[in-house]
Design a protein around this ligand. Structure first.
Ligand code: CFM
Length: 557
């Protein structure tokens, strides 16, 4: 059986909608070639020559004819230019580690660093029967000037002990996150974590995720992956096997409840989730993650390190999935069915998809009528600027400009770009773990010839990136700045911009509605089938709302 027939839409309803979606995705930009070129020129003209040269490599007009088209990414932002990036500490504590609700996460640093660690990302967590849930807390060592002068390590140890003593039941694990000043003064947080692990009898894990460790939060993802891999994964040595079609959800952070909609459908299909990294994730599940038969990688950027390390050490392969968008979701579930290649599972999956897609499509129809042909800009993080293009296309909306804040070239160009990525001083900063197959626990979950076939079909171990999904003359803008956004809005006048909280109000002052795609503000879930319908309703309210017509300031009339 070939890849195509297996992953292809099946019912008439699905075939029709999927075709329409594909056409929107791959169509050329509605903006003329000339206008697009002029716009890029205008963007670059404002910069000094050296900066313009640098930025020109990050602003790319998509040309599908050009094989291996390149874009510069994951490089330092030029000082003085304002972009939307975060820091390594944000990527480690805020993104990957923080969502584990049954653990206590302590920020070692001045109190200001903790402000944004306080539940602002809406990574939701359901309290389990044991009652452990510290997601609403913000733990900080509150470093003061004298700690910077004399060292903060004793204060840190006191804080860990205090956090441990106050609560009952005890946290499953305590994590420590270093902020910039901690790295500068050289507090030995790793030594403290080791000492406290023995003293308290629970894993205390320290992350050297000082903000300056990388050019963006992306560095923090890598640091978090390394820490989990070293200290959590595979530490359950008693459980030998978990029966069934088991998966881990990786790079899914349960923003606005996304993971729950995904799990609802997976469960209905008979696919069992062992662990999630890290939305609604628990420590115990994470220690068993190595027993799942396959990893489903949602956000490639933040979790690809752990996926490849788990494959090397335990033989768990990974599938790149996208749960955002009706057809993206269906295709992703079919990939899972393809992986297990079990007739009963496949039949069940098709049954569920038929039912769910028919329902979702029926609910979408009305919205699509009002949204078809509208244009979108997408500037989000390290994966959503790609993932959400599929959902917008489901609604008939065309993404004409897209870019990540901090993703790497492989997230744009696909993993074949990996060998071409130059290691620079900034990327060398982050430890690359050397991983080998576990002598006892390496256990390929499918026969070698099947794995090879799946690899060939690109069902496992591959990510093609954002670029192949973007039509001719669309624009890719990496790490966009406010100036660039201004020019693009004025020139292209999009109907909607999907972006973040830092730029949302700037966009809205132009009279363009902004869909906040990080925390979703108050909305969500947007993943899966029900999520797609939620999203359509939300987008319709924005795009077709009347408020934007009244945005002009009185003195402009
Ligand atoms: Fe991955 Fe994320 Fe994202 Fe990300 Fe993020 Fe996020 Fe994001 Mo905000 S892990 S790269 S560092 S999908 S917090 S849940 S929305 S920038 S696109």
């Amino acid at each position: 059986m070939t890849d195509n027939t297996f992953l292809a839409p099946k019912t008439d309803v699905e075939v029709q909608a999927a075709q329409a979606k594909e056409e929107v995705m791959l169509s050329r930009s509605p903006i003329s070639k000339e206008e697009t070129r002029e716009t890029v020129e205008e963007i670059l003209e404002a910069y000094p020559a050296k900066v313009a040269k640098k930025r020109s490599k990050h602003v790319i007009i998509r040309n599908p004819e050009e094989i291996d088209q390149e874009i510069a990414a994951n490089e330092r932002t030029t000082p003085g230019i304002i972009t939307q990036r975060g820091c390594a500490y944000a990527g480690c504590k805020g993104v990957v580690v923080g969502p584990f609700g049954d653990c206590i996460h302590i920020v070692h640093g001045p109190i200001g660093c903790s402000y944004y660690a306080w539940m602002t990302r809406r990574n939701q967590y359901k309290t389990r029967e044991d009652g452990r849930n510290w997601l609403n807390y913000s733990f900080s060592t509150d470093l003061q000037e004298e700690d910077i002068v004399f060292g903060g390590i004793n204060k840190l140890k006191t804080a860990v002990r205090e956090a441990y003593n106050i609560f009952d039941p005890k946290p499953k694990s305590i994590t420590i996150h270093a902020t910039c000043p901690v790295g500068l003064i050289g507090d030995d947080i790793q030594g403290a974590a080791k000492e406290l692990t023995e003293e308290l009898g629970l894993p205390v894990v320290a992350f050297n995720c000082e903000g300056y460790k990388g050019v963006s939060q992306s560095a923090g993802h890598h640091i978090a992956n390394n820490g989990f891999f070293k200290h959590w994964i595979g530490t359950d040595t008693e459980t030998e096997e978990i029966e069934g079609f088991t998966v881990n959800l990786m790079g899914e952070y349960n923003i606005g409840g996304d993971a729950w909609e995904i799990e609802r459908v997976l469960e209905k299909c008979g696919i069992k989730t062992v662990a999630t990294f890290s939305g609604d994730g628990t420590y115990d599940a994470a220690t068993k993650a190595h027993l799942a038969k396959v990893n489903l990688v949602m956000c490639h950027r933040s979790i690809n390190y752990m996926a490849t390390m788990m494959e090397t050490k335990y033989g768990v392969p990974w599938i790149k999935v996208n749960f955002i968008g009706i057809h993206a979701f269906a295709k992703s579930i079919r990939k899972v069915a393809r992986f297990f290649d079990n007739p009963e599972l496949t039949a069940r999956v098709e049954e569920v998809l038929t039912e769910e897609i028919a329902l979702a499509e029926a609910q979408l129809a009305e919205y699509r009528k009002r949204l078809e042909g509208k244009t979108v800009f997408l500037f989000v993080g390290g994966s959503r600027a790609h993932h959400y293009q599929e959902l917008f296309a489901d609604l008939g909306m065309k993404t004409i400009v897209a870019g990540y804040e901090f993703a790497h070239r492989d997230d744009y160009e696909g993993r074949q770009a990996l060998p071409k990525i130059r290691v620079d001083a900034d990327s060398r900063n982050i430890e690359e773990l050397e991983v080998e197959p576990d002598p006892e626990r390496y256990n390929p979950t499918r026969p070698p010839e099947v794995l090879e076939q799946l690899r060939e079909e690109k069902v496992i171990g591959d990510y093609e990136g954002m670029m192949p999904d973007m039509g001719e003359d669309t624009l890719l803008v990496d790490n966009i700045s406010h100036h660039e956004l201004d020019v693009l809005i004025k020139r292209f006048k999009p109907d909607l911009i999907g972006s973040g909280i830092k730029d949302k109000y700037i966009i809205e002052k132009f009279g363009i509605p902004c869909k906040q795609l990080h925390s979703y503000d108050y909305g969500g879930p947007f993943a899966g089938f029900r999520g797609a319908v939620n999203f359509a309703k939300d987008v319709d309210l924005r795009v077709n709302g009347q408020a934007w017509k009244y945005i002009k300031a009185p003195w402009q009339k």
